[in-house]
Design a protein around this ligand. Structure first.
Ligand code: ADP
Ligand code: MN
Length: 171
């Protein structure tokens, strides 16, 4: 089984993936980092918004690189968009949610432009990542978790471990 961690930028995907990959000995894959490592995709870097404008072809190149690892299982994948992946890859999809205040503080401290901060906060308010995940996966494998405080973080880690053991995931 593989796990997908999705959510608006700043909701805590990397933090959670790092903890879970250490604790459960999972292979952590960051979708955006794959783009960075594929030379032909560098033309798609958008300097203004500081991210890649990935088209379907580019996404497919990244997924071809990921495929062998996904076949092996025990991967935890971080990406803000749940739609590109084959449904069969994931046995658990985690959607992280954060308050406007938290996102504002976290994204501002990344030195994102005001425009990019606002864009991401709007996306969170309008449930964009949540809806994309719900379009793509069965509700029975989706966990939507609040990610505002350290307490949230710790209880999310516990809850995910409980979910995995009740779904026969070898820990
Ligand atoms: P993402 O990968 O979704 O962009 P990060 O994991 O990089 O998010 O987290 C963004 C910031 O928020 C980091 O400074 C991180 O330490 C902090 N953070 C993450 N999860 C929580 C949480 N549950 N409570 C408080 N701060 C958090
Ligand atoms: Mn991240």
């Amino acid at each position: 089984m593989n796990i997908l961690v999705t959510g608006t930028p700043g909701t805590g995907k990397t933090t959670l993936c790092q903890r879970l990959s250490e604790q459960l000995h999972l292979n952590y894959l960051h979708f955006g980092s794959y783009a960075r490592n594929i030379p032909v995709l560098q033309d798609l870097w958008n300097e203004q918004i500081q991210c890649y404008d990935l088209d379907d072809e580019a996404e497919n190149m990244i997924m071809d690189e990921m495929e062998p690892l996904m076949e092996q299982g025990r991967c935890i994948v971080e990406h803000h968009d749940a739609r590109p992946f084959p449904e069969r890859w994931f046995g658990l999809v985690i959607i992280l949610r954060s308050s406007t205040e938290q996102l504002f503080d976290r994204l501002s401290s990344r030195h994102y432009s005001q425009e990019k901060v606002q864009e991401n906060i709007q996306a969170e308010i309008f449930n964009i990542c949540k809806e994309q995940a719900e379009e793509s996966y069965s509700p029975s494998i989706i966990l939507e978790l609040q990610s505002n405080t350290l307490d949230d973080f710790n209880s999310n880690v516990d809850l995910i471990q409980q979910w995995l053991s009740s779904h026969q995931f070898q820990q």
